[in-house]
Design a protein around this ligand. Structure first.
Ligand SMILES: [Zn+2]
Ligand SMILES: [Zn+2]
Length: 1025
């Protein structure tokens, strides 16, 4: 490898191969050269801009495809606007005169007032006692179980099962409307939208009740204007770092309201505590902070009980549970199993049989659906049941105190069955469903109501009432089952349209990236011109005559026309250039490496059809990467030059070893249990790091700059800006990161006692400075940096022939051969700093290993002469996916590390908070995307022809890899849409793939392709174009 280039001098300091002599001819020549340079610069800038436009078009195709697929895939439920009315009961009573809200609308009321406490994420097993071997979350909140056992007529405690997704917003909708969440509403969690359909709070308002809300402000986005302005106090809900502000606020305001002089001011108080949820997110359930929080809840609840009067119902519940790390969102047992407790000073409750006086030991016994709360509270408070409700009254609340009152149970279930049957009728009408859909439930309903009429008319025995009660229950259960499957309906046409767009986008990329005769950038203008023309034509055609899919609304039709027209235009452009160039090769690999990259990609794509493959994706990626390492090792042995051989061997071994070491960091998903052991946090029940893990960032700060330096030194490129940026800035950034995580641990574990607030402020400043160093200072420095070369001047005489000539100056450019690569890597360094900061210490280690693996990959590619092969971008893509898992993530909603939003911030601030979560989640994929141009530039001579084209091809191949993964997960999610594991496994994997693809498209365009522009300009300033 020739690392230096030698030039003779030129008076102006520019480098040319001419001796110093000033004549007019020379000046002329110089003008010509500068004119040529100017023209070449403009040419470069134009083709660079067009390249960005081309990749932006690819991004738009991806976005369109994902949009159409998602629209058909995410489920929708038609929201009916009707509201239940007090005066029109769904069943005809013999004993009339009830129908007013003061005595109870559809059923005599039991309570006038209610205090409803939500302890966010109160998992059922937090509330039941455990003997020996208990965790921090056990035996801390005792009051619920205690009262249910000691005063069974005053209290009961039940497992309270949430319908996924287990996010607070979706849960609050279910808890107030009594209906099922459908997937399409899920995305609105961050935004929050008012509930339009009939619900408990609306019915309370219609009955003239005054509502007070305290705590989590999600309630205000769902129910704007429902609450008493003077008594209500809402708090920001997203600051999961803060365990106390919301809870203290609720307690501080709720206690005075329960005192004698204040009780007249309100009818229903809703208090929403967030501390337990936040303790879970921040520390995981098995942590002293959780025990403290649960104990605090215990004390508050006892205080509330003491102040309660006889006419007020007290309800305490969790809206969902939390998994072993304290997060939630998915549908694992731990996430859906919450607790429900009702309490009254007067005797009001009972049990279905004497065996069930004590609450169930675990959530598998007597599980109660969360939607059952709506009919239960409605009937207890004498309200009509909200129109869209599908829940059933909870038996314990209506069974009476002594012997089971089967007649009352029958009656309340007759009422809720009547309401459900009304809803069923109007839903079928609105949706145009035929009777066949509900055949089984219709039979059950008719039978139950027939028996009910008989039972009410003739005075039958108590046990007959029990039979009718069970018939109603069976009917309600069956109806719920039918709606669940009905709302799992997909719009297959739209899904197919989405898949088709994603498929042709992948074909375009494959053609552009791998078709051998195509030289990168020169035909981009033709492509773009035709694509643009046909896109517009397609949009106009589709918008006016809707040729493709007449069922689409106008905007969607235009979008579809835009996408398909563009692809057609690309095809036309390819045919045009093909005629002019006489090439006709297809993107088929021509070497072992090429085939290897195809096989890796296709095997992965096929694998996503299986749930166990998807669950064990991290292990399978390790297997692919190891295979690549071994093949690279074998291939390196076969190289002729000894130095190349040893370099190839060493780097292949390093690559393999680092893959193995990284694989030790893992965060298991529930489905991997019990064959997997999480190592990402201190224990499998926590979300904080172990003290030894704090050493990882420190270790990185010391070693990573040194290792990077070694790679620079081989090409003699550790010069100029590299010394400052790698030797000093990178190290400084990594040291700051290490300090941040130590301070964070100090804050978590109270190492410094009462100086907490100072530590918190200091670590936040440190995080902000580090991010500023990486992005603001880093980008500026990168844009203006000179190439990493040094220029050495030496004099020599021209030997014996011309002893009297003046000595010629000889200029050696040291580091010439890696000029693009060494300079571009400075940009990668900026991202290393930022990405390591936002990872937990273990994840920082994974990112550090990834950086060295990227460098090893570049050296392997150089040693084996495969810089142009598809294998480089594919392995880079696989590295990104692999380290996604090694930075403590999984393709599940629960594994999102929301708390990373609070590394440099105290509260949620848009758009920074979501951006930080993205940096944390997809850090590994982002880093590999930023590194793509290195594949084409590392150790490539700066003026090699078609360099920009090679960069574009590497990027296109890299995106192609991710596009095929995304296409595969999309197709499999569609194909397996009836699979039992759709929501648990395939749907989250599809969402991960789609997010990654769109994100990497943008990073690729804005950072990688955008970033090489300054490289070319900087190099050309020294060496000309
Ligand atoms: Zn919640
Ligand atoms: Zn939460």
């Amino acid at each position: 490898m020739e690392n230096n280039a030698t030039f003779t001098t030129h008076p102006n300091g520019g480098l040319k191969n001419t001796p110093r002599r000033q004549t007019e001819e020379e000046e002329d020549k110089e003008d010509r050269i500068s004119a040529i340079n100017k023209r070449k610069k403009i040419q470069f800038q134009a083709s660079h801009t067009l390249l960005i436009a081309f990749f932006f078009w690819i991004f738009s195709l991806h976005a369109l495809g994902i949009y159409f697929f998602t629209k058909g895939f995410l489920l929708t439920r038609l929201v009916l606007d009707s509201h239940s009315k007090c005066a029109s009961s769904p069943i005809e009573f013999e004993q009339q005169g009830l129908r007013n809200s003061s005595s109870g609308c559809w059923h005599p009321k039991t309570f006038d007032k209610a205090v409803i406490i939500i302890i966010d994420a109160l998992r059922y097993d937090f509330t039941v006692p455990v003997g020996s071997e208990h965790h921090h979350y056990h035996n801390a909140l005792k009051v619920l179980y205690e009262t249910a056992v000691e005063q069974p007529h005053n209290a009961f405690l039940l497992p309270f099962i949430a319908d996924p997704p287990t996010a607070t917003l979706q849960r609050l909708k279910g808890l107030t409307t009594g209906t099922l969440p459908t997937f399409v509403e899920f995305g609105s969690n961050f935004a929050g939208t008012a509930i339009e359909e009939d619900n408990l709070l609306r019915q309370l308002r219609a009955a003239g009740k005054n509502l007070v809300h305290l705590g989590d402000d999600t309630w205000h986005s769902l129910f704007p204007g429902y609450f008493d302005d003077n008594l209500t106090h809402a708090y920001d809900s997203f600051n999961v770092w803060d365990l106390h502000t919301v809870d203290n606020g609720v307690t501080e305001h709720i206690i005075p309201l329960l005192h004698h002089e204040e009780v007249e001011k309100w009818d229903v108080i809703i208090g929403h505590y967030l501390g337990v949820d936040h303790a879970g997110h921040r520390y995981g359930p098995d942590h002293p902070a959780m025990a403290n929080k649960l104990h605090e809840m215990d004390v508050v609840l006892r205080e509330i009980i003491a102040l309660l009067d006889e006419q007020t119902l007290l309800v305490v519940m969790g809206d969902h549970g939390m998994d072993a790390k304290g997060d939630h969102g998915g549908e694992s047992d731990d996430e859906i199993e919450a607790a429900l407790w009702m309490y009254s000073k007067k005797s009001a409750f009972g049990r279905l049989n004497n065996d069930s006086i004590t609450p169930p030991n675990n959530a598998k016994e007597r599980p109660t659906a969360q939607i059952d709360l709506v009919p239960t509270l409605s009937l207890l408070l004498g309200l009509p049941i909200p129109y869209n409700n599908l829940g059933s009254p909870i038996a314990e609340a209506f069974v009476g105190t002594d012997q089971p009152d089967w007649k009352n149970l029958m009656t309340v279930n007759a009422i809720s069955s009547g309401q459900i049957s009304d809803y069923q009728r109007s839903y079928s009408l609105a949706r145009g469903l035929d009777d066949g859909v509900f055949r089984s439930s219709n039979i059950l309903r008719e039978k139950a109501f027939r028996y009910w009429f008989n039972a009410v008319a003739s005075n039958v025995l108590e046990k007959e009432f029990k039979v009718v009660f069970e018939m109603f229950t069976a009917y309600q259960k069956d109806t719920l089952r039918l709606y669940r499957s009905l709302w799992a309906r997909f719009d297959v046409t739209s899904m197919v349209e989405g898949i088709a767009i994603l498929f042709v986008a992948a074909c375009v990329l494959a053609f552009y990236a791998r078709s051998a005769a195509l030289h990168g950038v020169e035909y981009i203008p033709v492509y773009l011109l035709q694509t643009g023309k046909y896109s517009v034509a397609g949009a106009i055609l589709a918008g006016t005559v809707k040729i493709v899919d007449p069922s689409l609304v106008f905007m969607d039709s235009v979008l579809l026309g835009l996408g398909l027209g563009g692809v057609l235009g690309f095809g036309v452009a390819v045919t045009m250039t093909r005629a002019a160039l006489k090439y006709d090769d297809l993107p088929i690999p021509s070497s072992v490496w090429g085939w290897l990259s195809v096989i890796f990609t296709l095997l992965q794509a096929i694998g996503f059809a299986s749930n166990s493959y998807t669950i064990w994706e991290d292990e399978i990626l390790l297997c692919f990467l190891s295979t690549f390492g071994v093949v690279a090792l074998v291939s390196s042995f076969r190289q002729n030059s000894a130095s190349v051989r040893s370099a190839g061997i060493a780097q292949s071994v390093l690559f393999l070893v680092l893959a193995r070491i990284s694989s030790l960091s893992r965060l298991c998903r529930e489905e991997q249990m019990p064959h997997c052991k999480s190592t990402y946090y201190a224990s499998s029940n926590s979300s904080t790091s172990a003290p030894w893990q704090l050493l990882i960032p420190l270790f990185l700060a010391i070693t990573l700059p040194m290792i990077i330096k070694l790679y620079y030194v081989q090409t003699l490129s550790y010069k100029g800006p590299a010394v400052l940026w790698i030797g000093f800035t990178l190290r400084l950034g990594l040291l700051a990161t290490a300090a941040f995580w130590i301070l964070d641990a100090a804050d978590d574990n109270d190492w410094f006692g009462d100086r907490k607030s100072i530590i918190r402020a200091f670590k936040m400043i440190l995080a902000r400075l580090t991010l500023g160093l990486a992005f603001v200072a880093g980008t500026t420095y990168y844009l203006w940096a000179k190439p990493c070369v040094s220029i050495e001047v030496s004099s020599r005489r021209n030997g014996a022939d011309a002893p009297h000539d003046p000595p010629k100056k000889r200029i050696t450019v040291v580091g010439y051969m890696n000029m693009h690569g060494s300079r571009y890597f400075l940009l990668v360094c900026n991202w290393i700093i930022a990405l390591i900061l936002v990872q937990k210490p273990m994840g920082a280690g994974a990112i550090g290993a990834l950086v060295v693996q990227i460098l090893a990959l570049l050296e392997i590619a150089d040693a084996n002469n495969i810089s142009q092969s598809a294998i480089g971008p594919v392995i880079l893509g696989a590295l990104g996916s692999f380290h996604f898992f090694k930075t403590g993530h999984q393709a599940t909603l629960a594994s999102i590390q929301w708390e990373s939003a609070f590394i440099p911030l105290q509260t949620i601030i848009y758009p920074w908070s979501p951006m930080l979560v993205i940096l944390n989640s997809f850090g590994a994929q982002i880093l590999t995307t930023v590194a793509v141009p290195l594949l084409a530039t590392w150790k490539q001579p700066p003026k090699s022809r078609g360099l920009l084209g090679s960069i574009a091809k590497a990027m296109a191949t890299f995106i192609l890899y991710h596009a095929i993964i995304n296409l595969a997960t999309t197709v499999w999610a569609a194909w397996l849409r009836r699979h039992l594991m759709l929501y648990r496994i395939f749907s989250p994997r599809f969402m991960t793939g789609a997010t990654v693809l769109l994100l990497l498209d943008l990073i690729g365009i804005l950072v990688a392709i955008g970033g090489v522009r300054s490289n070319f300009i900087s190099v050309a300033e020294v060496f000309g174009w």
